[in-house]
Design a protein around this ligand. Structure first.
Ligand SMILES: *Cc1c(COP(=O)(O)O)cnc(C)c1O
Length: 356
C-alpha cells in the first residue's frame, strides 16, 4: 500500500511526560484512508492531526456505524519501539466491522499504517517504564443522509496518544458493583465487537456504580442475570480454590487480547485455568466460604486490575483483604515485563518496529 506523508509544519509542544494520564494528549499526525463502494479502500495518507469537517447528516452521528480498537506501542530500554500482538487487534477490528456491515480492511495494510504512523511520531513514544503510546484505530460511516442502511463510504483513521502508567502509585485493588439492573450485551448482539455504541449504553451503569462509591460494574448476562460476563470495559478472572476461572466467550463478551494472553501464560506456567460459565451464585459462595482467593480485570489500558471488593444484593465481600493477590501480581509483572521488553518473550508476542 502506498501511503503519502504530509508532515506538520507546526509541531505541538510535548506534554509533561510525568503527568500524561490516559487519552488526553494526541500526537502531531494521524493516518486516514477512505472507502467508496466500487473502489474499495483508497487514498492512504499520514497528515497533520486535525479536526474533520462533517455534514450534520453524516450517518455515523445518527446510527453509530462505528468501530474501534485499542493497542499500544512500548518503548524498550534500548530505545527501540514494539507492538504487542498487533494482528490480534487488526483481526478483531475486522470481526467488529463484519458485524456492523463495514467493509473489511487488509490486515497487512493496517499493520503497515500503524508502523508508518508510529515511525513518523516516534518521538511521542514515552520512555518511562509502564508508559506507552496508545494507538486508537477506528472506522466510521460517512454517507450523508438519515435513512437507515449500511453506508457506502467510510473513513478509517488512526490516532495516537502518549499515556502514563495506569497506576502511578502501583497496582491497587478496586471496588466493584455487581450490576443487576442494566446489562451490557446479549447473545446475537454486538457484545463481542468494539462497536462504539456498546460503550454509550454502558455509561448509565458506570455512573450509578460510581455514585455509590464503586469504580466499575461487574456485568451479568442479559437473559438470566445469573452468569458473570465482564468488569466495566475489561475481561474478568477469579482464582477460586487455586484455579483461575474466566467466563467463556459466548458472543456477548469481548474477546480481550490481554485475557487471551493471561490464559496462555497460565497454561505455559502449568497453572490451572478454566474458560467456562461462572454463575454469580458460585462466585458469592466462594467469597463466603473463603475459596475466592483473588480477582482481577484484564485489558490493554490497565493490563491487570485487581478487585478488592464486590457488592452484590446489599452485601459487600472483601477479596484477599483488599490486597493485590500474589498470582494477580505475577501475571501483571509477566505481561508488562514482556510488553516493555524487560523479560524474555517466549511466545513471539512482541513485534519490533523500525523507527529509523
Ligand atoms: C477492549 C475491551 C476489553 C479488553 O480487551 P483487550 O484486548 O485486552 O484490551 C474487554 N472488554 C471490553 C468491553 C472491551 O472493550
Amino acid at each position: 500500500m502506498q501511503i503519502t506523508i504530509t508532515r506538520t509544519t507546526t509541531p505541538k509542544a510535548k506534554p509533561d511526560w510525568k503527568n500524561l494520564g490516559f487519552g488526553k494528549y494526541f500526537t502531531d499526525h494521524m493516518f486516514v484512508m477512505d472507502y467508496t463502494d466500487g473502489i474499495g479502500w483508497h487514498d492512504a495518507r499520514i497528515v497533520p492531526y486535525a479536526p474533520f469537517a462533517l455534514d450534520p447528516a453524516t450517518m455515523c452521528l445518527h446510527y453509530a456505524q462505528e468501530t474501534f480498537e485499542g493497542m499500544k506501542a512500548y518503548r524498550h530500554e534500548d530505545g527501540s519501539i514494539s507492538l504487542f500482538r498487533p494482528l490480534e487487534n487488526i483481526r478483531r477490528l475486522n470481526n467488529s466491522d463484519k458485524r456492523l456491515c463495514i467493509p473489511a480492511l487488509d490486515e497487512e495494510d493496517v499493520l503497515q499504517a500503524i508502523r508508518e504512523l508510529v515511525k513518523v511520531d516516534a518521538d511521542w513514544v514515552p520512555t518511562d517504564y509502564e508508559t506507552s503510546l496508545y494507538i486508537r484505530p477506528f472506522v466510521f460511516a460517512t454517507d450523508i443522509g438519515v435513512g437507515v442502511h449500511p453506508s457506502h463510504t467510510y473513513k478509517f483513521v488512526i490516532i495516537l496518544s502518549p499515556v502514563g502508567a495506569y497506576y502511578p502509585e502501583g497496582v491497587n485493588p478496586v471496588k466493584i458493583y455487581v450490576e443487576d439492573e442494566y446489562t451490557r450485551a446479549s447473545i446475537g448482539g454486538t457484545g463481542f465487537t468494539k462497536a462504539a455504541a456498546n460503550y454509550a449504553i454502558s455509561l448509565a451503569a458506570q455512573e450509578k456504580a460510581q455514585a455509590l462509591g464503586y469504580t466499575q460494574v461487574l456485568w451479568l448476562d442479559s437473559v438470566e442475570k445469573k452468569y458473570v460476563e465482564e468488569v466495566g470495559t475489561m475481561n474478568v478472572a477469579f482464582k477460586i480454590n487455586g484455579t483461575v476461572i474466566t467466563p467463556a466467550l459466548g458472543g456477548s463478551i469481548l474477546p480481550g487480547i490481554t485475557r487471551k494472553s493471561m490464559v496462555e501464560l497460565l497454561k505455559y506456567w502449568g497453572h490451572p485455568v478454566e474458560e467456562r460459565k461462572l454463575s454469580i451464585d458460585e462466585l458469592i459462595e466462594a467469597a463466603q466460604n473463603g475459596t475466592l482467593e483473588e480477582a482481577f480485570g484484564t485489558g490493554t489500558a490497565a493490563v491487570i486490575s485487581p478487585i478488592g471488593e464486590l457488592y452484590y444484593e446489599g452485601k459487600t465481600y472483601t477479596i484477599n483483604n483488599f490486597k493485590t493477590g500474589p498470582l494477580t501480581q505475577k501475571i501483571y509483572d509477566a505481561l508488562t515485563g514482556i510488553q516493555w521488553g524487560k523479560t524474555e518473550d517466549p511466545f513471539g508476542w512482541v513485534v519490533p518496529l523500525e523507527t529509523k
